[in-house]
Ligand binder design. Structure first.
Ligand code: PEP
Ligand code: MG
Length: 952
């Protein structure tokens, strides 16, 4: 997303003409790495199609669709020209904003700028600005629109006196984030102004964040200073935002129409009278916008000019945007809509001109407003039957369900189903006393439930969460607001959910991790109360350890998971590399994921037996089966115990074949503990996780210290480091990357670092410096082409001439099928391969590894993936090179024998899996494993491979 910052601004530039200014801009965009050489031609071509002069001394040069390919990253650069540059037609530009954008991302920037464009003497101020900060302030500090919508209106609110009415109005402004919490106090110091007809006015500028107007009417008759109080306006005043409204209000009072406001029974009437919303009976027409880049400057200008031909009001709004309609005659207002191709515009015109204006504007928009447009596809009205989901049925007793093995171990216990349900409830209540009683009853029940949960929870962190929930239930602010809505006739459920939703949104809007958690808590508690109100209370968790059944488990659910009570996890969605699996492994809870939506229909309390190693679930199993499984669990526990005792010994098969077992890590801290868990080295250091842990890009010295810490901790054991693997779905907050339709197939891994060689060079330097004479292995992620490897190698070799290292190997990750198929060629040049089975599987099977329903099928034991591993190992060994596997597959107990049999030399797994993997190897016979691998290569599916391993 394009945002403005001071770093993007160059002050005091000069250019003799527009062409020279464009040259300067292009140079700046190129040197900052946003675009490639040649973008200048795009800027020039765009100006030739039509000037990018926006108004108020601002121009926004940008490229054409043909030069979009030259954009490396979305961004803007601003040049101030205090002497002005003639942009054609005598239009003088003091600020040129050069935009590098691949699609319509610059619409967002235009939205920002339109606020500034409304300023009367902005051009002059831009010319005179003496610092980048001042200039930025001019662009951002422009007047804000007055907030006035249905949320700001309270009709018939309970108030005992005038002060309480003032307090109610102030609350509406606080809730809309127009004012800080001190505003109500400020208003008490201000003298209210009677406007006549029982209407009153109060305003202040203190504690105001954005301008807004609240209007409240009292439920019961009130008087103040001997005069009646029928309605009160409270203005949070900032600049001149309220001017137009004040003028309308004066006209209204002069016309003697004040009573229309006091008698209004709904907020829509108030808004219409005040002009905040258009009268409902004005004619309107709708049309989809077909312009490829939305309603940007050129088509918006056309539209505004056409609208100006009509002598009357015409407004435009975006359907479903929640934004109010804007004047179609104002270019800046039209741009502020940020309308994109495919969005529906509604044109609303004053009745006197509607018959002429609406058809004319519709025709102009349909014709493309001066641009060539490709018509939008017709909207499909009917839902196509064949797309309907097949009906699901709950699995019967005795059913065996195959899911994905996510965390090893055997668990049994009653099912505890946690599914987010949809609730139906009436919006209007029966009567105030009935709805009040319903709410109180529901609140008391939930409070009681939480009390019981708190008592039962041994973990302090979990108890604290529940205590917070109880506090929320008792929050007078929340209950007050709900009560206000009940008085207006809403049902308890509708009022409760509206208040919870508004409060949660408020927290979420602050973009603070802690407050976002609070918002999640609010929503959680909100749903519990709603369930009570709808008579569908949550089923309490069973007393004994249970199998938790959910759609997916997100990391935030971890806090609610009590490993003492959750014996196993079963999810309907997700795969072995999904969050649920990672969370479960981290907690050591057996888990099966991606078992299909039918498991959500299992009746609560049904006994379940879950085998996290085989990915299998038995529903209400027979007694003998349960007994067998429990005996196996005991054996497994003993095995684990024994494995742990031998964790520091090497992994050697019965017939003497050794395989190295290394650790995957993502941070430098705790490396000693990793070694203590049996790691013979680090097989994958995910350096992007180190980058992500920093607020800004770690410089060379910071990186060197991080890498040194790992090497020190390894004490002579090898370190395999992967260079930065960001981009695509893993962006770094401080490293803007152009948005992509298909990030997994986009600029990620080596593709990205080769585009930003200075980042890669500084990482490589830090690595070489940290290594000295210790064993360092560097590998590059996502290599798919020989040329990528060669460029990366050349860079290391150049740096090696400056920085001496004595034990360095260079390799690549095999994550893309093209790299595996090219292994016979690559093996001649690399020192090693490390197979990233997570990505290799997703690219081979064409299944997004994070896909909510498909990722369960992304099984690395698919014979197609095994074939690619086989090709890689054969190629490497033919040239005397070694091969590791560092994807999740390396820790999959059913995969170890096969990877060993295929000839893999090293397995790199999460530290807590090392002992178990080593123990597994010790039980194998290399020759048998080779035979098994050869058979696996001949199978037709991952399921068949797993079955083969089972029966070995
Ligand atoms: C992989 O793709 O297997 C891998 C190890 O890399 P990551 O999971 O970090 O993409
Ligand atoms: Mg990967």
């Amino acid at each position: 997303m394009l945002e403005l910052t001071v770093e993007q601004i160059s002050m005091g530039q000069s250019a003799v003409d527009k062409s020279a200014a464009l040259h300067l801009l292009a140079e700046r965009l190129v040197s900052d790495g946003l675009v490639a050489d040649g973008y200048l031609a795009g800027l020039q071509a765009r100006e030739a199609q039509g000037s990018t002069f926006l108004g108020q001394g601002i121009a926004i040069p940008h490229g054409t669709p043909e030069t979009r390919e030259l954009v490396h990253a979305t961004g803007v650069r601003l040049l101030q020209f205090p002497e002005g540059v003639d942009w054609g037609d005598g239009q003088i530009v003091y600020l040129a904003i050069g935009i590098a954008a691949r699609s319509d991302e610059h619409l967002r920037l235009l939205q920002l700028l339109t606020r500034a464009l409304g300023e009367t003497d902005l051009a002059e101020a831009l010319r005179r600005a003496s610092s980048a900060e001042a200039l930025l302030k001019l662009l951002q500090g422009a007047p804000q629109e007055l907030a006035l919508d249905a949320q700001m209106i309270g009709l018939g609110v309970p108030a005992e006196d005038f002060d309480e009415l003032v307090w109610r109005a102030a609350r509406l402004l606080t809730r809309a984030e127009c004012v800080g919490s001190g505003f109500a106090g400020v208003l008490q110091q201000v003298d209210p102004l009677p406007l006549g007809e029982g209407l009153w006015w109060l305003h202040s500028e203190q504690a105001v964040r954005q301008p807004g107007l609240a209007f409240v009417t009292p439920q019961q008759a009130l008087r103040h200073n001997g005069q009646p109080v029928h309605g009160l306006f409270c203005l949070a005043s900032l600049g001149a935002a309220h001017q137009a409204l004040l003028e309308r209000l004066c006209t209204l009072l002069i016309e003697g129409r004040g009573q229309e406001l006091c008698r209004a029974t709904n907020s829509r009437t108030v808004l219409e009278v005040l002009g905040g919303e258009l009268p409902a009976d004005w004619p309107s027409a709708r049309i989809g916008l077909a312009n490829a880049h939305g309603l940007h400057a050129r088509p918006a200008k056309e539209l505004a000019q056409l609208a100006k031909h009509f002598d009357g009001e015409i407004r435009l709004r975006l359907i479903d945007s929640g934004q109010p309609a804007v004047s179609a005659k104002s270019l800046s207002k039209l741009l502020s809509l940020g309308a994109r191709r495919g969005q529906i515009l509604e044109i609303i015109a004053e009745p006197a001109i509607a018959n002429d204006a609406l058809p004319a504007l519709l025709a102009a928009i349909e014709a493309g407003l001066g641009e060539e447009v490709e018509a939008l596809a017709p909207v499909v009205e009917a839902v196509i039957d064949v797309m309907a989901e097949p009906e699901l049925v709950a699995p019967a007793a005795g059913a065996l369900i195959q899911g994905v093995a996510a965390a090893p171990g055997i668990a049994c216990g009653p099912a505890h189903i946690q599914v987010q349900r949809e609730f139906d409830y009436p919006l209007r209540g029966e009567s105030l006393p009935i709805e009040r009683q319903r709410l109180q009853h529901a609140l008391a029940n939930v409070n009681h439930e939480i009390e019981a949960l708190t008592q039962r929870s041994p973990a302090k962190a979990i108890r604290e969460i529940f205590i917070t929930h109880q506090e929320m239930l008792a929050d007078p602010d929340l209950t007050d607001e709900v009560d206000q809505r009940l008085r207006q006739g809403e049902s308890a459920a509708a009022a409760w959910m509206a208040v919870i939703d508004a409060a949660a949104r408020q927290q979420e809007a602050l973009h603070d991790a802690l407050l976002a958690e609070r918002a999640a808590d609010l929503r959680d508690i909100g749903r519990r109360v709603l369930a009570q109100l709808c008579g569908e209370a949550d089923v309490p968790a069973p007393e004994q350890p249970y199998v938790l059944v959910m759609e997916e488990v997100g990391p935030s659910d971890v806090a609610r998971l009590d490993p003492q009570r959750v014996a196993g996890i079963l999810t309907a969605r997700g795969g072995a590399t999904a969050h649920s699996a990672i969370v479960a492994r981290a907690l050591g809870i057996p888990a099966v994921v991606g078992a299909g939506d039918a498991v959500l229909l299992i009746a609560p309390g049904t006994p379940l037996l879950l085998d996290g190693q085989r990915g299998r679930l038995a529903v209400a199993p027979a007694a003998e089966e349960l007994e067998r499984a429990l005996a196996e669990r005991d054996r497994r526990e003993q095995r684990l115990h024994a494995a742990k005792a031998r964790r520091l010994e090497p992994a050697i098969t019965r017939d003497g074949h050794a395989i190295e077992v290394f650790a995957n890590i993502g941070e430098s801290a705790g490396i000693e503990a990793v070694v203590d868990q049996g790691a013979e080295g680090v097989g994958l250091l995910r350096t992007e996780l180190i980058f992500m842990a920093h607020q800004q890009a770690p410089d060379e010295a910071v990186q060197e210290a991080e890498y040194r810490r790992v090497l020190d901790g390894l004490d002579g054991r090898p370190l395999v480091v992967r260079t930065l693997d960001v981009g695509g779905d893993k962006p770094l907050p401080y490293w803007p990357i152009a948005k992509e339709e298909n990030p997994f197939l986009g600029v990620r891994g080596i593709r990205l670092t080769l585009q930003r060689p200075h980042v890669m060079e500084s990482q490589l330097r830090a690595l070489l410096r940290a290594a000295g004479d210790r064993p360092l292995r560097i590998m590059f992620p996502m290599v798919g082409q020989l040329e990528e490897w060669r460029q990366a190698r050349a860079m290391v070799e150049r740096l090696r001439e400056e920085i001496a290292v004595s034990d360095l190997q260079l390799g690549i990750m095999i994550e893309v099928p093209s790299a595996a198929l090219l292994a016979p060629v690559l093996a001649q040049e690399v020192d090693f391969f490390s197979i990233g089975t997570n990505d290799l599987t997703q690219y081979t099977l064409a299944i997004d590894r994070g896909h909510p329903s498909l990722s369960a099928q992304a099984d690395g034991l698919h014979p197609a993936v095994l074939q690619l591993i086989d090709i890689t190992v054969r190629a490497a060994h033919a040239h005397g090179k070694w091969v590791g596997v560092c994807g999740e597959l390396a820790a999959d107990p059913q995969a170890v024998a096969l990877l060993l049999g295929l000839g893999v030399d090293e397995l790199s797994v999460a530290a807590r899996s090392i002992a178990e993997v080593k123990a597994e190897v010790r039980e194998l016979n290399f020759e048998h494993a080779q035979q098994l691998a050869r058979q696996a290569l001949l199978q037709g599916s991952a399921g068949a491979v797993r079955a083969l391993v089972e029966t070995r």
